[in-house]
Design a protein around this ligand. Structure first.
Ligand SMILES: [Zn+2]
Length: 194
């Protein structure tokens, strides 16, 4: 009888101890250190999903009053729903899904909204991000502005300088000669042969 109760006690203790150890272990390993650090690389690449804007962005400074006056309804007629979401509502396509993330065809990439030439295929490089990436835009046909839509992660949004279409973001981790990485949504582009 005495032996029995010792065995039961012995069985109970390790089980309980294992459970509480694994809870503690989980508590220490999961939340804080990894999350904020892994976040930048993936999400920072693009990822603005602010959907508040009702009108095209501030495009007055590029001398393009015609485009600034185009309503969302009109843009919806001109664009597919994905193109509208990305270019006019600052959306982001999923990585490795766009038309141009992995293409190497020679040509020029134009704005899907206003046909302005934005990037040459000669400046395209494989960034491994799943989005078409370029180290340089064509002349000053794109502009950038500070994007604080992800908290604690200031980024430079890239827009078409003519019509204000949201294109993607630019980062300082690109290859020579510029060291910049223009990370662009395929849906904001249309490639044409030179
Ligand atoms: Zn444009």
């Amino acid at each position: 009888m005495a032996l029995n109760s010792i065995i039961i006690t012995n069985l109970a203790i390790p089980t309980h101890a294992t459970l509480s150890f694994s809870t503690t272990h989980h508590f220490f390993t999961s939340p804080l250190p990894t999350k904020p650090y892994a976040f930048p690389r993936r999400l920072c690449i693009m990822g603005s999903s602010s959907s508040s804007s009702q009108k095209p962005d501030n495009v007055q400074e590029a001398g393009n009053k015609d485009y600034a006056s185009i309503s969302d309804e009109e843009w919806k007629k001109r664009l597919t729903s994905e193109q509208f979401y990305i270019t006019r509502q600052k959306g982001t396509e999923r990585a490795f899904t766009g038309e141009y993330w992995n293409t190497k065809t020679p040509g020029t990439y134009h704005c899907i909204c206003c046909d302005t030439p934005l990037f040459e295929s000669s400046t395209k490089f494989d960034s491994g991000t799943g989005w078409p990436s370029y180290y340089k835009p064509i002349e000053s046909n794109v502009k950038s502005k500070l994007d604080m839509s992800i908290i604690f992660m200031p980024r430079q949004e890239v827009l078409c300088a003519v019509c204000g279409a949201h294109l993607g973001h630019v980062f300082d981790d690109g290859p020579p000669p510029t060291g910049q990485r223009y990370c662009i949504n395929s849906a904001s582009l249309k490639q044409k042969p030179n």
